[in-house]
Design a protein around this ligand. Structure first.
Ligand code: C5P
Length: 401
C-alpha cells in the first residue's frame, strides 16, 4: 500500500521526536520514500544524522541555506510529495501552522504545501487542553488538516498524565495507510458539480431588525462536506451561520432568500442540487429605510409577501440538475407534508425531519430523517448529521450511476 508513496515528515521540537525515528523506519519497510525536515528546535531532540541514516535521504532544516536551496528548494520539497506528516506537532508548531507563519523551512514548506497534511500532536496535557491550542486545532481541522491522536497516557513530566501523548508509531503508520486507502477509493462523484444551500435566510424589517429562523446550517454544511469527500466540485450557498466553512468547498455567502435565489441560479449548471437551507417563506413587504421608532400608538403593523421558492423553481427549470433534493422541516404530519412537497417542488427526493422543539434537531448534531421519493418512504435511524450526509450522498451517487 505504501510502496512508492512519497512522504515528507516534518519533525517538531518535542520530547516525542525520538519516536518518529521508528515511524520513519516502519514507513520505509513498507516501501515509502521518506524525506524529512527538522524544525530548528527538533535538532535539540534528534540529530539530522540519525534521521538521514534512517530515511536514506538528505535531511533539510534551514530555509535560506544556499546549498540546500540549490539542492532542492522548499517549494519543491513540499510539492513533490504525496503526503506531509507532521510529528510530533508541538503546541508551538500547531500555532504557527494555524496562523500561516512561515518563519523557518518547516513552516514555510507547510504553507507552500499542495499535498494533504496529517499532524500528530504531542505536548503536555495542559498545553493540549488550553483554549488557545484547542482553537488552533479547530482552525487546522477546518483547513482540511487531518489528525492522528493525541493519545492519552503518561507524560514525559514525572507524575503527569492525560491527553497529549504522541500516538504510538504503529498507530501513526496505520493512520497513514488508512489515509492512502481512502484517497485511492474510486470517488463516487468525481467530475460532478454539486450545489448545496444551507443555513437560514434573514429578511430585513428595517436597517437594524430582521426575521429569521433557528437553522444552524449543520445538516447542509455536512452534505456539502460529504459531497466534497466523494470527489465532487461543490458550491455551497449559505445564509448567515456560525459554523466553519466545510473543507474543499467553495462558499457563497448570502443573507436574504432573493440573494440565495440569485446565487443558486448563478451557480448552474449542476449535476446535483441539495436544498437544505431553511429559506424564509415570507419577507416583510416593505423594508423601512430608517430604524422604525417606538411610538405611543403601539407596535407597527407588519405585513409579509412571499419569497421566491428556490427549490420549486429549480425543480421545474430547463437547467434542472439531474438530481434535485429538498428538505422538509415540519413539526406536524411530517410524512404527509413531505409527500406533497415532492410533487409540488419537482424534487427527486425529500428529506423529511421533525423539527418540533422536543426533537432537538435545530442546532443539534443528530437528525432523524425519512427519505421520500417516487419509490416510497425510507425511514433512517437517528444518526449524526455527518452520517445522514454521507448516506444521502451515497444514495444520490448510486442513483446517478
Ligand atoms: O416549503 P418549505 O419551505 O417547507 O420547503 C422546504 C424545502 O424547500 C427546503 O428544501 C428548502 O430549502 C426549499 N425552499 C426553497 N425556497 C423557499 C422555500 C423553501 O428553496 N423559498
Amino acid at each position: 500500500m505504501l510502496a512508492g508513496k512519497r512522504i515528507l515528515i516534518i519533525i517538531g521540537g518535542g520530547i516525542a521526536a525520538y519516536k518518529v525515528l521508528d515511524v520513519i523506519r516502519r514507513l520505509k519497510e513498507r516501501g515509502a520514500e521518506v524525506r524529512a525536515i527538522l524544525t530548528r528546535s527538533a535538532k535539540e531532540f534528534v540529530t539530522p544524522m540519525t534521521v538521514g541514516a534512517l530515511s536514506g535521504e538528505k535531511v533539510f532544516s534551514e530555509l535560506f541555506d544556499p546549498t540546500e536551496e540549490q539542492d532542492i528548494g522548499h517549494i519543491v520539497l513540499s510539492r513533490d510529495t504525496d503526503l506531509i506528516l507532521v510529528a510530533p506537532a508541538t503546541a508551538n508548531l500547531m500555532a504557527r501552522m494555524a496562523n500561516g507563519i512561515a518563519d523557518e523551512l518547516a513552516t514555510a514548506s507547510l504553507l507552500a504545501a499542495a499535498a494533504p497534511i496529517i499532524i500528530c500532536p504531542a505536548m503536555n496535557q495542559r498545553m493540549w487542553a488550553h483554549p488557545a491550542t484547542q482553537r488552533n486545532a479547530a482552525r487546522l481541522a477546518a483547513d482540511g488538516i487531518r489528525f492522528i491522536g493525541p493519545a492519552e497516557g503518561r507524560m514525559a513530566e514525572r507524575g503527569e498524565a492525560g491527553v497529549g501523548r504522541l500516538s504510538e508509531p504503529m498507530e501513526i503508520v496505520a493512520g497513514v495507510e488508512a489515509f492512502f486507502a481512502e484517497a485511492e477509493q474510486p470517488k463516487a462523484l468525481a467530475g460532478r458539480h454539486v450545489l448545496v444551500t444551507s443555513g437560514p435566510t434573514i429578511e430585513p424589517i428595517d436597517p437594524v431588525r430582521f426575521i429569521t429562523n433557528r437553522s444552524s446550517g449543520k445538516q447542509g454544511h455536512a452534505v456539502a462536506a460529504a459531497a466534497a469527500r466523494a470527489g465532487a466540485r461543490v458550491t455551497l450557498v449559505s445564509g448567515p451561520v456560525s459554523i466553519p466553512d466545510p473543507p474543499g468547498v467553495s462558499v457563497v455567502r448570502v443573507e436574504t432568500a432573493r440573494e440565495m435565489f440569485e446565487a443558486v441560479f448563478a451557480a448552474l449548471p449542476a449535476d446535483i442540487a441539495v436544498m437544505a437551507a431553511a429559506v424564509s417563506d415570507w419577507r416583510p413587504s416593505e423594508v423601512a429605510g430608517e430604524k422604525i421608532k417606538k411610538v405611543a400608538g403601539g407596535p407597527p403593523p407588519l405585513s409579509f409577501i412571499e419569497n421566491p421558492d428556490i427549490l420549486a423553481t429549480l425543480g421545474h427549470t430547463a437547467q434542472r440538475p439531474a438530481i434535485v433534493v429538498g428538505f422538509a422541516a415540519e413539526t406536524t404530519n411530517v410524512e404527509a407534508n413531505a409527500a406533497r412537497k415532492l410533487a409540488a417542488k419537482g424534487a427527486d427526493y425529500i428529506v423529511a425531519n421533525d423539527v418540533s422543539p422536543q426533537g432537538g434537531v435545530f442546532g443539534g448534531d443528530r437528525n432523524s430523517v425519512r427519505i421520500l421519493s417516487a419509490s416510497g418512504v425510507e425511514v433512517w435511524p437517528t444518526l449524526a448529521k455527518d452520517e445522514v450526509a454521507d448516506r444521502l450522498i451515497g444514495m444520490i451517487a448510486e442513483r446517478l450511476g
